[in-house]
Structures are given as structure tokens and as C-alpha cells.
Write a protein that binds this ligand. Structure first.
Ligand SMILES: CC(C)(COP(=O)(O)OP(=O)(O)OC[C@H]1O[C@@H](n2cnc3c(N)ncnc32)[C@H](O)[C@@H]1OP(=O)(O)O)[C@@H](O)C(=O)NCCC(=O)NCCS
Length: 271
């Protein structure tokens, strides 16, 4: 689930419905316990202004979900390459020096957007033992879709030389098309990337990074969209996503467009 969004088309296309993150927040956004897996409840105050957010489950070590910094770009690239290391993903992004530097630059640009005064996305990290980055996510925050500015076309991306460019264009183009078809100009949260380093799998990091956006989506009263790898799908289903469409990208590798409707309370008039 990674849609490479062209930085060129993001800033001018953004029309904020409401600020999703207050400009005065501090980088540490949430403290979550490992393996809480609670249903999301509205009683959680959201850490939009820098207060820590604690889930109600009292036991277990804690992990912090915080905003990535530009100096994290190389470490995030390593987590990305380790998490997305199956045969299919290695065709998109093999572990070569040009792919590495492409991703370092990509993360750096996204992180700068995320830390700007009017962020269009949030790049999050979870740091594990020893100070290493164990997992990351990139959320695109709700804004009126770029489709009106680009007529629904995605800007041309220049992939790294070692990538299978034709496959990248088709794969990310299909995701973009599914998102346009399902969400159109409707404001929504979009989980652009989610990855946990294999050494840290199964410890609640992916869930915590997912909940970060879902809680905000519910609070903002908007739906959520993502495109799922086969590995991510059970996690997304657990948190209320349904499959919009599934397709075989190459023989044996299936991707699923998934959406989750905002939790609505009775008499909720936010949408
Ligand atoms: C999918 C992914 C993000 C999950 O991250 P994670 O930190 O392991 O997630 P969690 O610890 O919160 O676990 C989520 C669920 O996946 C299960 N899971 C995680 N790792 C697992 C493993 N190696 N084997 C079996 N199940 C596993 C957990 O049991 C958990 O289910 P449960 O809550 O019912 O027990 C991670 O596996 C990953 O990065 N995969 C490769 C990249 C990818 O596919 N990303 C998703 C893109 S759409």
C-alpha cells in the first residue's frame, strides 16, 4: 500500500477543511501500549496539540508514535526496504544504491511537508529498543482531492533506474485510479505507507500506527482509504476496512483497495 504522491502536486492542491494537526503541536504525538488492540473509542482525547495519548490498556511496554524528522530518512529507508522485501516488491524497489538514495530523498521531502506549517501528510515513526526505528507510516491528511487540480491524472514519477518502471507506473497508477474512483473529491484520510521491520513484527507497532490515523479520521468525521498488501489485509480487516476491489498485479501477487467508513454516532451531523 504505497502510493507515491508527487510532491509537485500536493501543496497547491490542498484545501483544508479543518486543520488535522494544530501547527503548535510538539513532535511526540502519542504514547501507546504494545498489543492493546482495543476497538477505537471516541473517549480518547486526540493529541492534536502535543498532549500524550494513552490507551486504556494498562499492561505492557510502551511505544511512542512520533513525527519523523528529516534526519530519520536513511533509517526509514532501511525499514522500508526490509519490510517490503518480497519478490514482487523487490521488482519495484530492489536494494540497490540508487533505490536507497531515491527513498532517502523521498522520505526527506515527505517529512518536510509533514513538518511544515500546513502539513499535507504525517510521517510517523515508532522507535524500538536501542533507539532503532522499528516501524513507520505515512498518512495523507484529509483535503479536497488533487483530482480537481490535475483532472484526476497523477503527475509523472521518475522511478529509480533499478526499478521496474513499467510495473511501478501500472501498480501505483492502479492504486491512484481506485482511490479516485472510490473517494473522488471526498475528504478522507489515506494510509499511504505502513511498514514494520521484520525484527519487530507482531508487537503492536503496525496497529498503533494504523490507529493514529483512524482515531483522527473518526474525530474529523471522514472515511479512510488504503491499498493493502496480502500481508497487511488481516490487520486492516480487523480495524473495520472492507475490500473495494482486489486485483492480481502480477501472477501470484494480489493487491486490495480497501476503505473504512467513519464511525458515526446517532445524530452525528458532522458529515
Ligand atoms: C503488515 C505489517 C505493517 C504489520 O505490522 P506489525 O507491527 O507486525 O503489526 P502488529 O504487531 O500490530 O500486528 C498486526 C497483526 O498482524 C499479525 N502479525 C504481525 N506479524 C506477523 C507475523 N510475522 N506472522 C503472523 N502474524 C503476524 C499480528 O498477530 C497481528 O494480529 P493480531 O492483532 O490479531 O494478533 C507488517 O507486517 C509489515 O510491515 N509487513 C510488510 C509491509 C506491508 O505489507 N505493509 C502493509 C502495507 S498495506
Amino acid at each position: 500500500m504505497r502510493l507515491i504522491s508527487s510532491p509537485a502536486r500536493l501543496p497547491q492542491a490542498i484545501t483544508y477543511l479543518r486543520p488535522s494537526i494544530h501547527p503548535s503541536y510538539t513532535p511526540t504525538l502519542a504514547v501507546m501500549h504494545l498489543r492493546p488492540n482495543p476497538p477505537i473509542t471516541r473517549s480518547h482525547p486526540l493529541p492534536l496539540t502535543g498532549q500524550h495519548h494513552r490507551t486504556t490498556v494498562p499492561q505492557g511496554p510502551q511505544l511512542e508514535v512520533s513525527l519523523a524528522e528529516p534526519s530519520d530518512s536513511a533509517a526509514l529507508t532501511e525499514v522500508f526496504l526490509r519490510a517490503f522485501s518480497d519478490d514482487f516488491n523487490l521488482r519495484l524497489f530492489p536494494c540497490t544504491p540508487d533505490v536507497r538514495s531515491w527513498w532517502v530523498e523521498h522520505f526527506r521531502r515527505d517529512i518536510e511537508l509533514a513538518r511544515s506549517q500546513h502539513p499535507s501528510c504525517a510521517v510517523l515513526k515508532v522507535v524500538g529498543e536501542g533507539g532503532v526505528i522499528a516501524g513507520f507510516a505515512k498518512w495523507q491528511l484529509p483535503f479536497v482531492s488533487a483530482s480537481s487540480a490535475t483532472n484526476g491524472e497523477e503527475a509523472k514519477v521518475h522511478w529509480p533506474a533499478s526499478s521496474d518502471s513499467e510495473l511501478c507506473d501500472r501498480f501505483f497508477g492502479d492504486i491512484h485510479a481506485e482511490r479516485q474512483k472510490k473517494m473522488g473529491g471526498q475528504p478522507h484520510y489515506y494510509l499511504d505507507m505502513l511498514g514494520t521491520s521484520p525484527d519487530f513484527n507482531g508487537r503492536g507497532i503496525g496497529s498503533a500506527l494504523l490507529r493514529w490515523g483512524l482515531e483522527r479520521a473518526d474525530e474529523a468525521g471522514v472515511d479512510t482509504f488504503l491499498a493493502s498488501t496480502p500481508q497487511g489485509r488481516p490487520l486492516y480487516e480487523k480495524y473495520g476496512f472492507g475490500v473495494v476491489r482486489e486485483w492480481e498485479v502480477i501472477p501470484g501477487y494480489r493487491q486490495a483497495a480497501m476503505a473504512r467508513c467513519v464511525e458515526k454516532q446517532p445524530n452525528d451531523r458532522r458529515r
